[in-house]
Design a protein around this ligand. Structure first.
Ligand code: UDP
Length: 312
């Protein structure tokens, strides 16, 4: 039990982590500028004695009065369409925001966890991706704003660990999905589900043979908290290793939604990774964690969520 600050606390992943921390008895201070996060993700917590929300941009100086035991830096646009629309904010929150969050952790003598990403591996030449792989990232391509900001945030985190002796954690998060994704988020699971429910064509980018490995948000949040509670300072992949092509995902969504939607092929975005699958040996061994919710179960639950949200 402790007092935990989470940036991006009103976001998709940040709000699920907050729910778990609050319900186990931690006191949580959520910070968010609500650019991609939403009050609807956290308003159910406003009556809780151990929850407080602050609307603030963490790319500027942040300060939280009182004792802090851990700082979790989750603030960032995380969907390709978001970081293409907000390239400079994405770079700033990954660099200046990380520096501010680390500074807060250092001043408080708090543990620090950075939400990094499988995008640090870029379009990977090593498959599945192990934490020792350095990646294949185009620094000047349109995705570079996110990938390089996250790579910088990992470097900055390790520098605070080595130079200041800060107790740090680095989580590399792979494609996560589930309730509280925005319907217009632009990511593949939410796009396909919303399209299937509305009877609109599912938009496959490229030929649909590219792969991703999708982790249900409850599994992801549980894994991230296990990492926070561990004593591991080196990066740990936190994702579901079950790999699917985007074409397979489209078929599963259409079937589970009971939809008659057709498939429509669109251009592949620049630098879209051709394959992605986490090697989670370290997470299994160090955290004793692995995902439990398989894709069909998680997609069914997410369909239920979006049906309610869209009134369908
Ligand atoms: N994608 C797609 N149709 C969509 C949205 C995404 O085919 O409507 C593809 C995208 O090109 C990528 C994969 O699905 O190959 C995953 O995209 P997403 O934006 O969810 O996350 P990424 O893993 O690329 O960050």
């Amino acid at each position: 039990m402790g007092r935990i600050v989470i940036t991006g606390g009103a976001g998709f992943l940040g709000s699920h982590i907050t729910d778990r921390l609050v319900s186990r008895g931690d006191e949580v201070v959520g910070i968010d500028n609500l650019v991609t996060g939403s009050i609807t993700n956290i308003e159910h917590l406003f009556g809780e004695k151990n929850y407080r929300f602050v609307e603030q941009d963490v790319s500027r100086f942040i300060w939280v009065p009182g004792e802090v035991d851990a700082v979790l830096h989750f603030a960032s646009p995380a969907s390709p369409i978001d970081y293409l629309e907000m390239p400079i904010q994405t770079l700033k929150v990954g660099s200046l925001g990380t520096h501010n969050a680390l500074g807060l952790a250092k001043a408080k003598g708090a543990r620090f966890l950075i939400a990094s990403t499988s995008e640090v591996y870029g379009d990977p030449h090593v498959h599945p991706q192990v934490e020792t792989y350095w990646g294949n990232v185009n620094p000047v391509g349109p995705r570079g704003v996110y990938d390089e900001a996250k790579r910088f945030s990992e470097a900055m985190t390790m520098a605070y660990h080595r130079y200041h002796g800060l107790d740090t954690r680095i989580a590399r998060i792979f494609n996560t999905y589930g309730p509280r994704m925005r319907p217009n988020d632009g990511r593949v699971v939410s796009n396909f589900i919303v399209q299937a429910l509305k009877g609109e064509p599912l938009t496959i980018y490229g030929d649909g043979k590219q792969t991703r490995s999708f982790c249900y948000v409850e599994d992801e949040a549980r894994g991230l908290i296990a990492l926070l509670d561990s004593s591991e300072n080196d990066p740990v992949n936190v994702g579901n290793p079950n790999e699917f092509t985007i074409g397979e995902l489209a078929e599963i969504v259409v079937e589970l939604a009971g939809s008659e939607s057709e498939i429509e092929y669109h251009d592949l975005p620049v630098d879209d990774p051709t394959q992605r699958q986490p090697d989670i040996t370290r997470a299994r061994e160090i955290l004793g964690w692995e995902p439990e919710i398989q894709l069909r179960t998680g997609v069914s639950r997410t369909i239920e969520y979006f049906s309610g949200l869209l009134g369908l």
